[in-house]
Design a protein around this ligand. Sequence first.
Ligand SMILES: *Cc1c(COP(=O)(O)O)cnc(C)c1O
Length: 382
Amino acid sequence: MTETALPRVRADIDLAALRANVRTLRAHAPGAAFMAVVKADGYGHGMVPCARAAVEAGATWVGTATPEEALALRAAGIGGRVMCWLWTPGSPWREAVEADIDVSVSRVDALGEVVAAARAAGRRARVQLKADTGLGRNGCMPEDWPELVAAALRAEADGAVRVTGLWSHFACADEPGHPSIAAQLDAFKEMVGRAEDAGLRPEVRHIANSPAALTLPETHFDLVRPGIAMYGVSPSPEVGTPADFGLRPVMTVTAALAHVKRAPAGHGVSYGHRYTTPGETTLGLVPAGYGDGIPRHASGTGPVLVGGKWRTAAGTIAMDQFVVDLGGDEPEVGSEAVLFGPGDRGEPTAEDWARAAGTIAYEIVTRIGARVPRIYSNERSD
Ligand SMILES: *Cc1c(COP(=O)(O)O)cnc(C)c1O
């Protein structure tokens, strides 16, 4: 092998595409601030490089799920506003307050932990109150909202916190016309109105994820929080393709064929012999498997571009490898196999793998594993 040989498998991350996607999304929501959501290692793309690129392209907020993720952004030198929203008792509240992170609370007792952390840190905590407007996941239920708002007002009066935001999250924004969208929007306006009538003066009110940012301008309020669309991946086939919105996929996953060989008709392939060669053919070995995040559910269906042709995972996707039937073609060992990318070389996309695996494209990119090196291009601003 020469030094220029392709690595076994790699994920190329095009940061120019990410910056362009941020600009495109900002144009879809011109009146709103932009929070770049980079949780789960930037949906598998690498949290810190993606956060930096998004900030360069005009994101004034960066959002994560966990406080550990938010603290890692600060440790990497990400300034500006950083918000996180998924806490458990004993989470590093004080570190988050000291790092000037906006923390979200959905319960009075969680607010109490933030107040204690603010006192310990000797500074006001930035707090955002999360409303459950119908997602039924995190968030404060409408009947508990007045109590949470009152507690937040008291904590503000005591100098312990500043309530910077009121916010919520959609259940079905990726299903155009779903009746829950209007119902959640009404509930959000109602809950924001109650909080403001009680005296809260938040900087930002926000509810829009990617599909809402792209298709529901009435949901933009003061800030939009796109994740998946920033990575150039569509929230759902019903919403449209990335190209419909001028978005470009950021991640390309390629592997170098590890073996190419002739096989006779009737040869069983991979675990369980779920594929048998229909005639004399050639088999190519793709050295990537579920240990790299390639979904085993795409056994027999996952598409790969080899030598300009779409091939399909023949039989079971194993931990480290799977096989494609090359139909008699004999590419050199080491030739490129493109699992997914933007699609403009004719390769499959993350959406194609989602369909093949019976899942959503979010999961395809996010689950690309730690064993796959991320190789960044266009790190410098254009
Ligand atoms: C993940 C997440 C987002 C981003 O959602 P996308 O559908 O990827 O745009 C926004 N807000 C919250 C609370 C989230 O958890």
